[in-house]
Write a protein that binds this ligand. Structure first.
Ligand SMILES: NC(=O)c1ccc[n+]([C@@H]2O[C@H](COP(=O)([O-])OP(=O)(O)OC[C@H]3O[C@@H](n4cnc5c(N)ncnc54)[C@H](O)[C@@H]3O)[C@@H](O)[C@H]2O)c1
Length: 334
C-alpha cells in the first residue's frame, strides 16, 4: 500500500515509517523539519521511503496524496509550553493543518486517515482511568487544539463519510525521541541528563502517575489500524498501557538502568515553565496555580476499547523500554 506519514521525520512518524517500509509498503514521509531530525530519516544508515520536505499547510497538499491509501497524520506542535507561548502558531498547525490534511485527503480519495490526538484532551477530566466516552474540557492551548482537531475529524466523517481513526496517545516513549529540544518529554530529559552526568531538575515528587506506552507497541497498534478491514467514523481510541508511573518511580528506573546514582533536585512546581518567560513577563501572566496543576496531573488511560477493537495491548516492560531510551540517548549524545 502507498502510505503517507505527516510528521515523518519526528519521533513516532519515523518509527512507524521504518516499520511499514520494512514490511514492504510504499512509504512517503512528509515533514517541514521544524522539529524533525535527519537522523530519523535513515534506516541502517541509509534513507528509506521517499521524503517530502513540505508543510501540512501547503495549498498543493492534495497533489502529494495521489494514489495514497492511508494517511497517518502525525505532524504537529507537540510541546505544551511552545503551544502556550504561541497560540496562533499552535492553532495554525494543529487545527488548520488538520483541516488541510482532511480536505486534501478527501479530494484525493484517500481511504483512511489516522490522526494523532492526545491524552491531554482529558486534562480537566476527573477520573482514575480515562475512557474515550469521558467528557473532555481542556483549557491549555495544546490540548484545546487537539480537541478542536478531533471535532474537525467528526465533521469530515459525518459530512463526507470519511474513514477516520483518532488515536489519543498517552506518553509515548522509545528510541528516537527528541532529546535536544528546550522542553523534551520527561523520559528524553532524564536520559539526556544522566547520559551527560547531570543531576536532573524535576518538579513533581508526588505520587501522581502518568501512563507510559513504548513506541514499539504504538507502531504495532498503528499497523493494525492500517490493516483493519472495518470502517471508522472518527472513533477515538486510547493508545496507552493502562500502567502509571510517578516521576520519582520513573527516575528510579533510569538510575537502575544507567547504573548512576546522582540525586534529582525537586523544584517549585509553579516554576516548571520558567524557560518560557513570555508566559509570565508580558501583559497578563499565566496562572502559576494552573502550571502546578499541570505538573501534578495524573493521567492513566483505560486501554479496554482499543484492546477489544484491535486485539492489542501494550506489552513492553518498563525497564527494557527505559533501557532502549537510555541507549539511544547515549548513541546520539556521546
Ligand atoms: N510522543 C508522545 O508522547 C505524544 C503524546 C500525545 C500526542 N502526540 C502527538 O503525536 C504526534 C507525533 O508526536 P511525536 O512525539 O512524534 O512528535 P515530534 O515533534 O517528534 O514529531 C512531529 C513532527 O511534525 C513535524 N511538523 C510540525 N509542524 C509541521 C508542519 N506544519 N508541516 C509538516 N510537518 C510538521 C515536525 O517537524 C516533527 O518532525 C504529534 O501530533 C503529537 O502532538 C505525541
Amino acid at each position: 500500500m502507498k502510505i503517507l506519514i505527516t510528521g515523518g521525520a519526528g519521533f513516532v512518524g519515523s518509527q512507524l515509517g521504518k516499520h511499514l517500509h520494512s514490511a514492504g509498503h510504499d512509504v512517503v514521509l512528509l515533514d517541514n523539519m521544524s522539529f524533525g531530525h535527519l537522523d530519523n530519516l535513515l534506516l541502517d544508515g541509509a534513507p528509506f521511503g521517499r521524503f517530502l520536505c513540505k508543510d501540512i499547510l501547503d495549498p498543493e497538499l492534495q497533489n502529494y496524496l495521489e494514489g495514497v491509501h492511508t494517511v497517518f497524520h502525525l505532524a504537529g506542535i507537540a510541546a505544551l509550553p511552545v503551544c502556550q507561548e504561541n497560540p496562533r502558531a499552535a492553532y495554525d498547525v494543529n487545527v488548520s493543518g488538520v483541516a488541510n490534511v482532511l480536505e486534501a485527503s478527501r479530494r484525493a480519495g484517500v481511504q483512511r486517515v489516522i490522526f494523532s490526538s492526545t491524552s491531554a484532551v482529558y486534562e480537566k477530566t476527573k477520573s482514575e482511568r480515562f475512557s474515550e466516552d469521558d467528557e473532555i474540557r481542556p483549557d491549555l492551548v495544546y490540548a484545546s487544539t487537539k480537541a478542536a482537531a478531533e471535532r474537525l475529524c467528526d465533521a469530515f466523517s459525518i459530512n463526507y463519510n470519511m474513514d477516520i481513526v483518532i488515536c489519543r496517545f498517552f506518553n509515548v516513549y522509545g528510541p528516537h525521541q527528541d532529546v535536544t529540544r528546550t522542553s523534551p518529554p520527561l523520559t528524553s530529559y532524564l536520559a539526556r541528563e544522566l547520559v551527560t552526568d547531570r543531576s536532573p531538575n524535576l518538579f513533581n515528587n508526588s505520587d501522581a502517575k502518568r501512563d507510559y506506552v513504548h513506541s514499539d507497541d504504538v507502531v504495532e497498534l498503528l499497523t493494525r489500524m492500517l490493516l483493519d478491514q472495518g470502517k471508522f467514523g472518527a472513533d477515538r481510541f486510547n493508545v496507552c498501557s493502562g500502567r502509571g508511573y510517578s516521576v520519582p518511580e520513573l527516575y528510579r528506573v533510569f538510575l537502575d538502568v544507567s547504573g548512576k546514582s546522582m540525586q534529582a533536585t525537586y523544584n517549585d512546581p509553579t516554576s516548571f515553565w520558567n524557560k518560557y518567560p513570555v508566559l509570565f513577563e508580558q501583559g497578563l501572566p499565566l496562572s502559576r496555580s494552573r502550571v502546578a496543576e499541570e505538573v501534578f496531573k495524573s493521567a492513566i488511560g483505560n486501554p479496554e476499547k482499543t484492546r477489544q477493537r484491535f486485539g492489542w495491548e501494550a506489552k513492553s516492560d518498563i525497564r527494557e523500554g527505559i533501557a532502549s531510551v537510555y541507549e539511544d540517548a547515549k548513541r546520539r549524545l556521546l
